[in-house]
Design a protein around this ligand. Structure first.
Ligand SMILES: [Zn+2]
Length: 362
């Protein structure tokens, strides 16, 4: 009789996205569906492929980069909330060391934000001028994990309103340079004016996207451009408007208008077929570990629960180059819940088990 491998764990229950009940066994950090003699049942419940936070910032606080131990604590909070794959949408801290830590989420770093001089949050970005943007984009593309992050628009004090950070031709050259290095490109975009040039230049993703209109949405659908709407973060727009109201009334009016029509804007993109993904914006202006809140917020706009959850799990995993489903041999990254999240997204706040690289981490 072959020796019984001690410590093999079994997870039992409906496995999403198809919801078929299965026994998943974890062997050497991977999923197998083959019966493993002597396996212990570690948890029963609804099993969801590891959640994806497509817009999070690890290594940042309100003032800029944080020390490694704080960055680690942020990553652990995100992990314990079920986010096992994180696209870091820009960080001033060098968090490459996290790739060597099996207990921390898988991390796709965008490197440092690329912003116009004095037109972003202090200590966050590489602040540059238009003629430097393409070179900086190529540099970040080489230093990151296959994505770079542009600050598409921000308040212009001269104009007193939101305005593109760079001219469209500088953005286009940056996108071309990053693509030339094999990286994908995303950009922070609140307003409308920056969007046509970025989408036309073949940007891969738009963050926030509150300035979208019908024709831009059609262009995104045609090109397959993704949208990470960060719905929770949009709730801060009234604060931004109020803070700017006295000195920058036009900016305040713009933010108020974008806020008022955010639901219509994002749902128009969803209904048209723009691929949407969930981003908590943890560490930017939101707290870490609350990807669940973003999925609930996306559903609150009118997305189906299945689509909102897929935007934070199987569809996002596929988009970022990871296994979408927990098939034979897939990395054992998944979260177990005691109720079906498709009928009660609120359960995402309270995972029963979080399994990362085959290890129960929470
Ligand atoms: Zn952000």
């Amino acid at each position: 009789m072959p020796p019984i491998e001690s410590g093999t764990q079994r997870f039992r229950g409906p496995v999403l996205p198809d919801g078929e009940p299965r026994d998943l066994y974890v062997v050497d950090g991977r999923v197998t569906l083959e019966h493993q003699a002597g396996a212990e049942t570690a948890a029963e419940g609804w099993i969801v492929p590891g959640l994806v936070d497509a817009h999070c910032h690890i290594g940042l606080d309100d003032h800029g980069p944080v020390p490694d131990d704080e960055a680690e604590a942020q990553a652990v909070e995100d992990r314990d909330g079920g986010a096992l794959l994180i696209r870091d949408a820009g960080s001033a801290a060098d968090t490459r060391w996290m790739h060597g830590r099996d207990d921390l989420p898988r991390l796709i770093r965008c490197g440092r934000h690329l912003a116009r001089t004095k037109r972003y949050i202090r200590n966050y970005a590489d602040e540059i001028e238009p003629d430097e943007l393409a070179t900086a984009a190529a540099d970040q593309a080489r230093a990151s994990d296959g994505w770079i992050k542009l600050v598409g628009d921000w308040i212009s004090r001269e104009e007193g309103d939101l305005a593109p950070s760079f001219p469209a031709d500088a953005f286009a050259a940056a996108i071309e340079a990053a693509h030339g290095e094999g990286a994908r490109v995303t950009a922070h975009c609140f307003g409308s004016a920056v969007l046509p040039g970025l989408i036309e230049a073949g940007i891969d993703c738009i963050e926030h996207g509150t300035g979208l209109d019908e024709s831009l949405i059609d262009a995104m659908v045609a090109r397959g451009t993704a949208l990470v709407p960060t719905v929770m973060q949009l709730d801060k727009f009234p604060e931004y408007a109020e803070a700017g109201a006295e000195r920058f009334p036009a900016y305040a009016a713009t933010m108020t208008d974008l806020f008022a029509r955010r639901r219509a804007t994002i749902m128009a993109a969803y209904d048209a077929g723009v691929p949407l993904y969930a981003g908590s914006d943890g560490g930017g202006v939101s707290r870490h570990g609350n990807l669940a809140g973003e999925v609930v917020a996306m559903a609150g706009l009118g997305m189906s629960a299945d689509d909102a959850l897929g935007a934070a799990s199987w569809r996002a995993r596929e988009w970022l180059g990871w296994n979408a489903t927990l098939d034979e041999g897939a990395p054992a990254d998944f979260v177990v819940y005691d109720r079906d999240p498709r009928t009660d997204l609120g359960v995402l706040h309270t995972p029963v088990r979080v399994v990362l690289r085959g290890v129960v981490v929470a």
